[in-house]
Ligand binder design. Structure first.
Ligand code: WT7
Length: 664
């Protein structure tokens, strides 16, 4: 693949186009744009027939479905409702007796570099044994289980084991605080918590179990009957008699055979909490049938998966990417995948490149933030530059989680992909379950910074505020016009919030993604321009501004008022900027850094280190209109360090702007 024409004029106009090479097209599942178009046409002609065909081909049903889509109680859509299946059986049991049975399922590389491999057959035994241990703890179909685990084979086994017995898992990212764990336990009404004594990150041993203990010490957690603790390191941790068991204790004597429990297609496979535009995180509820269908299908389409591929998704199981493209998709598709416990910069910033070389990775899927930080590291230290490593095994590259800037795209394309590997820039969300828009390696001409076109069956469009579709060449609100099988079913325990957040009346029944996008004039390619709500994307992690504001204000001995906005950041995409009014008034320049640190530590303790504001600015007040509304637009300009050119005549207290100039 070489650039066909043009050069970059600005970030807004991108003229470079990279059509798939013959080598990439050779043997591709979806070969050429005609093949892509044929699938789109099939979906358009007979939407339900298209999805029914895929659901029959890509999902193993214990009871076949007779109904495809039920729209009678929109937007609470149901897919394949009378069908029955088990998600774990779709990832493991179905491969038994096939060539996949003895294939390596997981190549696990620990933080310290130690490698462990597990075959599909061994995975089935481990998952079954763990499922039996859960049953012995009294966990049953329909119960919720919180998983707060490091990136380990055991974390994946725990998720699969829940699925096997029909328990709904809710994974909490290992970087979240005790308060976050507490909130999720209470909201989900969990009966069991699966955790680890410690986790290893960058050579450091960090506690997990003690955070669970802190969470369980708070009220509302009586629902939790047992805690299972993986002994990741030999270091002892506190164990509560009668409630806590180590994995070895729980697994002892348990059989490695456990029949998968069939569940209805709509049975909640998992609830995953994510930030929204109001304070409280939303429990995004996913189905079993539709979710497994799209997880498996997108593995095959987006990554053009082949039996000999070595797939590596660098995400954490605490995020949706880890759910769909580590725990479920690769296993459902029978892939061999690399699972990595550590961080990209330990022992140095060449870790990813060395691992691609060592494990002969063919498909590499990571986030723009990681790419940008590794570019920076390679620029300043020759030794960690990817050119020192043999990356010739690579065949496809992927990007996910945030817009990838064309500069980072080109670096990834040249230095990692050797100008040979297509980059699939996959747009999707926790709520969408799996990919929505992405190039297809053997079909779609690539444009740096664009997620190109919707997958066949996905009805993405750009509309104005009243839901009217806009033509190519325009920018607007990104919507999905029709329901799709892997979509969010509801917000756990809050169906009203589900309706209000994703199906506002103005949009005439379309799903509101929460992102803005533009479509190119010529190809109709989508480029995501960022969130249109009060959600920030920091290093590919979603953070609600209101969530951080409530957290700051909760430090009531110090803080009177706070407002949080985002600003662009070269490394993290967006950075969190907090404007704070202290009870004591504006701090002196000597005091300010200390108070800023105290506030950051507080946010890290209350939410997690990823929510720490990068900039904190102090004022005697916040810029408000005469009616008392905080002028966020103005705050965003201040955060960017722009000079204020906006009309400030409606501002009640214009003098405040001068105070807010210094960031700590
Ligand atoms: C938000 C969803 C997708 C799984 C990981 C994040 C942004 C995601 C892209 C992309 C531009 C992207 C959007 C979206 N986003 N992928 N390829 N290009 N933006 O899942 O935490 O639910 O966040 O991430 O803003 O709404 P999430």
């Amino acid at each position: 693949m070489t650039a066909q024409s043009g050069s970059i004029e600005s970030v807004l106009v991108e003229n470079r186009v990279f059509p798939p090479s013959e080598a990439t097209m050779e043997g591709a599942r979806i070969k050429g744009m005609e093949a892509y178009q044929a699938l789109c046409d099939e979906a358009e002609k007979d939407y339900e027939g298209f999805w029914a065909r895929l659901a029959r081909e890509n999902v193993v049903w214990t009871k076949p479905f007779t109904k495809v889509l039920d729209e009678s109680n929109a937007p609470f859509y149901k897919w394949f409702e009378d069908g029955e299946l088990n998600a774990s059986a779709n990832c493991l049991d179905k491969h038994m007796g096939t060539p996949v049975e003895n294939k390596t399922a997981i190549i696990f590389e620990a933080d310290d570099g130690k490698v462990t491999k597990v075959t599909y057959k061994e995975m089935l035994e481990r998952v079954s044994q763990f499922a039996n241990a859960l049953k012995a703890e009294g966990v049953k179909k329909g119960d919720r289980v919180i998983i707060y685990m490091p990136m380990t084979i055991e974390g994946i086994v725990a998720m699969q084991a829940c699925a096997r017995i029909g328990a709904t898992h809710s994974v909490v990212f290992g970087g979240f605080s005790a308060k976050a764990v507490h909130e999720r336990i209470v909201d989900a009404g969990a009966v069991c918590v699966i955790t680890s004594n410690y986790q290893m990150r960058g050579g450091k041993e960090l506690p997990l179990k003690s955070i669970v203990d802190e969470a369980l010490a708070e009220g509302g957690t009586e629902c939790v009957k047992s805690v299972l603790v993986f002994e990741r390191t030999p270091t002892a941790c506190n164990m509560v008699e009668g409630r806590d068991k180590t994995f070895s204790q729980a697994l002892e004597g348990q059989s490695t055979v456990c029949d998968p429990v069939p569940v209805g297609a709509e049975h909640p496979l998992f609830v995953l909490y994510t930030s929204g535009s109001t304070g409280k995180p939303k429990g995004v509820q996913h189905s079993t049938g539709g979710y497994i269908l799209w997880a498996n299908t997108t593995m095959q389409w987006t990554f053009d998966l082949r039996p000999e591929d070595i797939f590596w998704c660098t995400a954490d199981i605490g995020w949706v990417t880890g759910h769909t493209y580590i725990t479920y998709g690769p296993l459902a598709a029978g892939a061999t995948q690399v699972v990595f416990e550590g961080v990209p910069t330990y022992p140095d910033a060449s870790r990813f490149w060395k691992m691609i070389q060592d494990h002969k990775v063919t498909i590499f899927y990571t986030a723009p933030t990681a790419i940008r930080s590794l570019i920076k590291a390679a620029d300043s230290n020759e030794a960690v530059h990817p050119k020192n490593f043999d990356l010739s095994s690579l065949r496809i590259l992927g990007s996910v989680g945030e817009p990838i800037n064309p500069e980072a795209w080109m670096w990834y394309y040249k230095n990692i992909g050797g100008e040979r590997c297509p980059i699939v820039d996959t747009f999707w969300q926790t709520e969408t379950g799996a990919h929505m828009m992405t190039p297809l390696p053997g079909a779609t001409p690539l444009v740096p910074g664009s997620c190109t076109l919707a997958l066949p069956g996905i009805t993405a469009a750009i509309v104005d505020e009243t839901g009217n579709e806009l033509p190519n060449g325009s920018g607007g609100i990104l919507v999905i016009k029709r329901p799709w099988p892997s979509m969010i079913r509801t917000i756990w325990g809050d169906p009203e919030r589900f309706k209000k957040s994703y199906f506002p009346e103005e949009l005439q029944g379309a799903y509101l993604a929460g992102d803005g996008a533009v479509r190119s004039e010529d190809r109709g390619y989508f480029r995501i321009t960022g969130r249109i709500d009060d959600v920030l994307n920091v290093s590919g992690h979603r953070m609600g501004t209101m969530e951080i504001e409530s957290c700051l204000v909760a430090k009531s001995d110090l803080v009177a008022e706070a407002a949080v906005v985002g600003r662009p950041d070269d490394l993290t995409g967006e950075a969190i900027c907090a404007f704070v009014v202290l009870k004591q008034g504006r701090p002196s320049p000597e005091e300010a850094p200390k108070i800023a640190k105290a506030l950051r530590d507080w946010v890290a303790h209350e939410i997690g280190p990823i929510a720490k504001p990068k900039d904190i600015r102090f004022g005697d007040n916040l810029p408000k209109t005469r009616s008392g509304k905080i002028m966020r637009r103005l705050l965003r300009s201040l955060a960017k360090g722009e000079s204020i050119t906006q009309d400030t005549s409606t501002l009640e207290n214009p003098a405040i702007l001068d105070q807010l100039g210094d960031a700590y």
